[in-house]
Write a protein that binds this ligand. Structure first.
Ligand code: BTN
Length: 265
């Protein structure tokens, strides 16, 4: 798998030496965080055939079965403060739309903040984790992405079958996982190049890709549910909503979960 991915990478891709493939691992994000603390360089990427402890956002697990998905984490060491990286998960989502479009010819949407979707089904999730120096400065960012590539609907466990999708379901075609992985690495490298300088252009694209915008949403905060209309995403990645009384609020993803009219989306 690793050689196949390397052979598919563009000639401009500079991080070949620090790509590692594991047939099985607990979590590529957990392993890469350990390596980051040991000083491994920016661009180090881990890809797994299967994760036994794949992690999602908000402490959830990420279903990571053998041979049908890509489970990838990459290490970045941006030269900035953590406060300047509020847009990292949004930038990753746009980069992943680019990567999936290049491989399949179909551009997925983004469910705010950072799920890639096709129709009402989730194709991919993103988990970004930051590490800090003992002095409190930003040390590294681990960006982890799981993509459902080859599954058919019945391959998903019953509890997520109605809301999970794959690139194969999206296109009706067979998917080459090595091509998906190479396209992801290439897009992540390009994202890193403009991470601090191309924020406005990235958000312009993000707002085009984000299927949450322009629709009614339910905001779930603690036990409370409020209905609102999703207007835009601001320059920090917060969702700007308008309530029925006209009041506006910018909500961030740690604080609320957003549901649309179709349950998950
Ligand atoms: C989510 O949907 O909540 C985020 C899922 C992120 C899953 C990826 S798979 C590669 C990397 N390793 C992990 O343990 N998680 C991320």
């Amino acid at each position: 798998m690793k050689d196949e991915i390397l052979s598919l990478l563009s000639p401009q891709y500079p991080w070949r030496e620090t790509l590692a493939y594991f047939p099985e691992i607990d979590s590529t994000n957990s392993r890469l965080k350990q390596l980051a603390q040991e000083g491994t360089p920016a661009g180090t990427a881990l890809i797994a055939g299967h994760q036994t402890g794949g992690r999602g956002r908000k402490g959830r697990s990420f279903f990571s079965p053998e041979g049908v998905g890509i489970y990838l984490s990459i290490l970045l060491r941006p030269q900035c403060e953590a406060a300047q990286l509020m847009h990292l998960t949004c930038a990753t989502a746009v980069a992943m739309c680019d990567a999936m479009e290049r491989v399949t010819g179909v551009r997925p949407g983004i469910k705010w903040t950072n799920d890639l979707v096709f129709g009402t089904r989730k194709l991919s999730g993103i988990l970004t984790e930051l590490g800090f120096t003992p002095q409190g400065g930003l040390d590294y960012a681990v960006v982890g992405i799981g993509v459902n590539c080859c599954q058919r609907e019945t391959d998903f466990p019953p509890e997520i079958r109605d809301m999970a999708g794959s690139l194969a379901m999206m296109t009706g075609k067979n998917i080459d996982r090595a091509q998906v992985a190479a396209s992801m690495l290439d897009a992540l490298y390009r994202m890193n190049e403009t991470l601090l300088t191309g924020v406005d252009a990235m958000f312009t694209q993000y707002r085009k890709d984000c299927v949450t915008l322009g629709h009614p949403v339910s905001l779930v905060r603690g036990g409370e549910v409020r209905h609102a209309f999703a207007e835009t995403v601001d320059e920090a990645g917060a969702l700007v909503v308008r309530y029925p009384d006209g009041h506006r609020e910018a909500v961030n993803s740690g604080e609320v979960s957003v549901r649309g009219m179709y349950g998950y989306l």
